[in-house]
Design a protein around this ligand. Structure first.
Ligand SMILES: [Fe+2]
Length: 264
């Protein structure tokens, strides 16, 4: 049995700097870290799947790290479009949190007892949408070819539409190239993304796929073709991926740790 907690889109800023003048993302991160630490069964790892800092400054990553370091289990960080590889490397580069750097990209493989986790770098610097270049796709192919263990892939930008037009315009720009790389590898049991600030579940390229909410603000669920992009303060949270054999089940978890009452 394997448990992976996924957090995403924490958008940490400097103290006193609020997103849209209203959202204290740091406060939500504190609640999220407390909740993960309070889970009855400790996850094997926490994966933070991009847009971790809001501007990508090293000072924001240091603020993020002050909270991630409170986790009772190992964690790892990945880039999203708001991140900078230089900032992530500066703050997390010498830690097991960022295990292997491949070329200039921050993508790497984590071996858990019965699962290989592949974290992809979809950052296309200066753009909101994501991209996987030939070098990154070739690296993915080599990782997939070298093991028959079940594989779970994490990437910031979803390769599929979620139905919110403003987010679908900035998803992964070349999903067909990713689908092609995955086509012959039947051991991929799941694909987990961020970017959209909502809990979303689908099938893509024959693989179960999901998107993690943000612990802070969510993107408004408006699927009309001309809808403006908007944010809300609906409950956010994180995902807890539970792997039993080859079956992956993902839970949306939000709010502070609840008080449970055992049935009489
Ligand atoms: Fe993003």
């Amino acid at each position: 049995m394997t448990l992976i907690a996924q957090i995403s889109d924490t958008h940490i800023r400097q103290p006193g700097e609020l997103i849209e003048g209203k959202i204290d993302t740091f406060e939500y991160l504190v609640t999220c870290i407390d909740r993960i630490n309070a889970l009855p069964q400790r996850p094997d790892i926490v994966i933070a799947s991009g847009d971790l800092a809001d501007s990508g400054a090293a000072s924001e990553y240091r603020r993020l790290k002050s909270q991630l370091d409170r986790l009772n289990m190992p964690y790892t960080v990945m880039p999203g479009n708001h991140d900078t590889r230089a900032g992530l490397r500066e703050v997390f580069g010498n830690l097991p949190a960022l295990p292997v750097v491949s070329g200039g990209y921050l993508q790497y493989t984590i071996e858990l007892p019965v699962l290989r986790v592949i974290c992809l770098d979809t950052l296309d610097e200066g753009k909101e949408g994501g991209w996987l270049c030939i070098e990154r796709l070739d690296w993915l192919r080599s990782q997939l070819a070298s093991s028959h263990n079940p594989v779970m892939i994490f990437l910031h930008h979803p390769p599929f539409d979620c139905g919110i037009p403003g987010m679908d315009q900035i998803r992964l720009g070349n999903p067909d190239a990713l689908a092609e790389a995955l086509k012959i590898h039947k051991q991929v049991i799941g694909l987990a993304c961020g970017h959209v600030h909502r809990g979303v579940f689908t099938q893509w390229a024959g693989i179960p796929a999901c998107i993690c909410p943000s612990p802070a603000h969510q993107i408004h669920l408006d699927t009309r073709p001309d809808s403006p992009l908007a944010w809300t303060l609906e409950p956010g949270g994180f995902l807890l991926h539970y792997l039993n054999g080859h079956t992956l089940t993902s839970h949306v978890v939000n709010g502070p740790a609840p008080i449970e009452t055992i049935y009489d």
